[in-house]
Design a protein around this ligand. Structure first.
Ligand code: ZN
Length: 191
């Protein structure tokens, strides 16, 4: 006889790293496992990120999973319904309210899996990510490979001259590089 577990299994997991580090792929992998376990899942992403598809979380290797674009973190609570596992992609673009939203969901027993850039293109902690990492039960840093020397990358270096904090783009705009290569560029005045 199946006995339902009544323990509160809510928790917060953060997957972070630079561009091209496989954050969205790891989010999709965890969400797929929840689907295999017959758990109701929902994925949200900020409306700002419409690079590939309005309604899908799409990783760079084109694995897609349906998602709901929202204008603010508060919308997540009204749209979450009865989902037991909630994915949040590109979390660095959300307002600071996302921290309380994640905590509220976890306290209600929801497993919250958050993917986002840990740092912006200048190497500064990005938006609500540091606070999300602090309140999470589990933090995974994933790494791209430095395009300049082959070590593990640590930051997304922007190749364009724009100084806007948010510039969506692909390999023509950003390159993942390691700390040593980032510092060499800084010393040469090329950041
Ligand atoms: Zn390097």
């Amino acid at each position: 006889m199946f006995i339902e577990c009544t323990k509160n299994t809510g928790r917060i997991e953060v997957i972070c790293g630079s561009m091209f580090s496989g954050k969205s792929e790891e989010l999709i992998r965890r969400m797929r496992r929840a689907v295999f376990a017959n758990l109701e899942v929902k994925i949200f992403k900020p409306q700002i990120d419409v690079r590939y598809s309005e309604t899908n979380v799409v990783s760079h290797d084109a694995h897609a999973i349906e998602s709901t674009p929202v204008a603010s973190s508060a919308e997540i609570l009204s749209l979450v319904g009865t989902a037991r596992v909630v994915g949040i992609d590109e979390a660095q673009f959300f307002d600071d309210g996302i921290i309380e939203v994640a905590q509220t969901l976890a306290e209600k027993g929801v497993r919250v899996i958050i993917a986002g850039l840990d740092m912006d293109y200048l190497g500064n902690p990005f938006g609500p990510m540091p606070a999300l990492m602090a309140v999470a039960e589990d933090v995974a840093k994933v790494h791209a490979i430095c395009v300049r020397c082959g070590d593990l990358a640590y930051v997304s270096h922007r190749l364009s001259k724009s100084d806007k904090l948010v510039e969506l783009g692909e390999k023509d705009i950003y390159e993942p590089i390691c700390r040593a290569c980032f510092n060499a560029l800084r010393k040469a005045g090329k950041l």
